[in-house]
Design a binder for this molecule. Structure first.
Ligand SMILES: Cc1cc2nc3c(=O)[nH]c(=O)nc-3n(C[C@H](O)[C@H](O)[C@H](O)COP(=O)(O)OP(=O)(O)OC[C@H]3O[C@@H](n4cnc5c(N)ncnc54)[C@H](O)[C@@H]3O)c2cc1C
Length: 505
């Protein structure tokens, strides 16, 4: 780690005395103050440490550069950093795995980024019932620790995604059918509040905070410095990957609707998704299906019964199965860095009609055609991704008093439709955002028209402008606001922690 060197002013922050000598420009105050208390852990631009911390999945985040990164090595360091920043009224953000796509999601200009990368220990409890995970881990670190022990957790499906953001926003996993979303399986959080105080949240300690951290958006409440999550016995997992022409989309999605409504609740170890993907090389679409099972079918059993209807759909252009440990799946699913990205989502009743499907796919294709025309030579790659929220997942979300997202079995079964898209040319950013926001608004309108609309928006796939927590219902929204006020009475995080999906204060 490169040591930052500073001159400057004097700052006294209750218990922390910062004494430096020559004047610095005001914009450097936060970095100067942090370097006084953690001199080894502040990285300024043009240093190796700064470059290392600047690793983000999307280009827009990468290009949003802070005045400095600070990289705590302990909960105590995080507490010290929080105290310096909130007492000095310095703007900041927090980076876990850096996978939110939008500029400023976990990056900042004119401020400090707290990079949690060094809080990366992983400890399995002696009874193997829980795993304590530092917030700087990526999911691959977790699975590579657990696979050899024959254990797993409800976690991410891409190796590089951060533990922090996925757990705080929800967390759709290969194992969600059995256990709910990842956040539903956190037993205890260690949290540094705006004041710098360290508290714990669990079903028996600070229960309100425990509820809020399961989907309420971490940046409204505090910096999580440790997640204790439920572990379970797990061997290899299994996938059947199928591809069909774009023209088969309705048949495939009808089968997926059946799977969501009936198949998944009957076989909780099953999960899956459908993507309608555009291919620039052929100028056409494919309908790609991933059908996963947490138990490997025995020899002679063939495919799990729940997935057999997909074998009867004609004209598959690819049909393969793979059995591997969880880490191998995470590596296979890794989406490369280095592109510009946007996304957003709409959640609808799984009972939607073919007419609704045809109209929203037509909106999706129209948005794409518009972008292909206006984006010139840019290599745009759009997807419409369908993921299930079946009754078994909604039931599992009710454990430990339910999470902040407010979904109930009576709301389901549901299908989450998201629209991730990547491109290369920064000049096309506004076009891509504008067209995708319009697409989301149009799909919501169609959902209302066909009476399949829900106000729920999934935080981890949301567009920066979607009002996520308002979709959790008025009661939950107001409860979240009250909890944020209780743990951050001066509204410091509301003002200073820059990012998206913030509660109104
Ligand atoms: C390629 C890819 C694959 C994905 N796969 C899945 C998937 O399988 N299932 C799923 O549900 N989602 C998935 N997602 C979405 C993913 O869950 C979100 O993008 C998530 O926010 C990423 O977490 P992160 O720590 O990497 O993000 P970051 O960008 O580092 O952080 C996200 C948010 O959390 C805040 N934060 C970070 N650390 C902390 C902390 N310690 N305490 C409090 N707040 C903190 C940040 O300030 C920011 O607001 C995927 C995303 C990508 C890009």
């Amino acid at each position: 780690m490169v040591v930052a060197t500073f001159g400057t002013l004097s700052l006294v922050l209750s218990g922390i005395t910062l004494a430096t000598k020559s004047p610095l420009h005001a914009r450097d105050d936060a970095c100067a103050a942090l370097a006084t208390v953690l001199p080894q852990d502040v990285a300024l631009p043009s240093t190796t440490a700064f470059t290392q911390s600047s690793s983000y999945w999307s280009q827009q985040q990468l290009e949003t550069q802070p005045q400095c990164f600070v990289t705590p090595k302990s909960t105590k360091d995080v507490s010290t950093i929080m105290e310096v920043l909130t007492k000095g009224n310095f703007p900041f953000t927090v980076k876990g795995g850096g996978h939110i796509p939008f500029a400023g999601g976990s990056s900042i200009e004119n401020g400090v980024t707290i990079d949690m990368v060094h809080l990366n220990d992983i400890k399995v409890s002696s009874d193997q019932q829980t795993v304590s995970i530092g917030p700087g881990n990526r999911w691959i670190n977790v699975t590579e620790t657990l696979d050899p022990l024959g254990l797993s957790v409800v976690g991410g499906r891409d190796m590089n995604v951060g533990v922090s953001g996925l757990l705080l926003g929800g967390g759709i996993s290969y194992f969600s059918g059995q256990y709910g979303w990842a956040c539903d399986n956190v037993r205890r959080y260690e949290v540094v509040l705006a004041s710098g105080r360290v508290v714990y949240a669990s079903p028996s300690e600070n229960k309100d905070l425990y509820w809020a951290l399961r989907g309420g958006g971490g940046l409204n409440f505090g910096i999580v410095t440790r997640f204790e999550i439920v572990a379970f016995k797990q061997g290899k997992i299994w996938e059947n990957a199928l591809s069909f022409p774009g023209s088969s989309n309705a048949t495939v999605i009808n089968a997926f609707q059946n799977l969501t409504a009936r198949g998944f609740p009957a076989d909780k170890a099953a999960s899956g998704f459908v993507g309608i993907n555009y291919h620039g090389s052929t100028g056409g679409y494919s309908t790609d299906v991933g059908l996963l099972h947490a138990t490997v079918p025995s020899t002679g059993e063939g495919l799990p019964a729940v997935f057999r209807p997909f074998q009867r759909i004609p004209s598959a252009t690819a049909n393969s199965t793979v059995t591997a440990d969880v880490s191998t799946f995470l590596k296979n699913f890794a989406t490369p860095y280095g592109r510009r990205w946007t996304w957003g989502n709409v959640v609808v009743s799984a009972s939607f009609s073919n007419k609704f499907l045809a109209e929203i796919l037509s909106l999706y294709e129209t948005r794409n055609v518009g972008l292909f025309k206006t984006q010139g030579e840019d290599d745009i790659t759009p997807t419409a991704l369908f993921q299930p929220i079946p009754l078994n997942v909604l039931e599992a979300m009710q454990k430990n008093g339910g999470n902040a997202m407010g979904l109930k079995p009576s709301n389901g079964p549901l299908v989450l439709i998201s629209f991730p898209m990547s491109w290369a040319n920064p000049q096309n950013d506004d076009l891509a955002y504008g067209a995708t926001r319009k697409l989301i608004a149009d799909v919501e309108e169609k959902a209302k028209k066909y009476k399949v609309y829900t106000p729920f928006v999934y935080l981890n796939y949301a567009d920066a402008k979607q009002e996520v927590q308002k979709g959790y219902g008025k009661e939950n929204y107001e409860r979240l606001q009250k909890i944020a006020r209780k743990y951050d009475p001066q509204g410091k995080l509301a003002r200073l922690w820059k990012g998206y999906f913030k509660l109104d204060r």
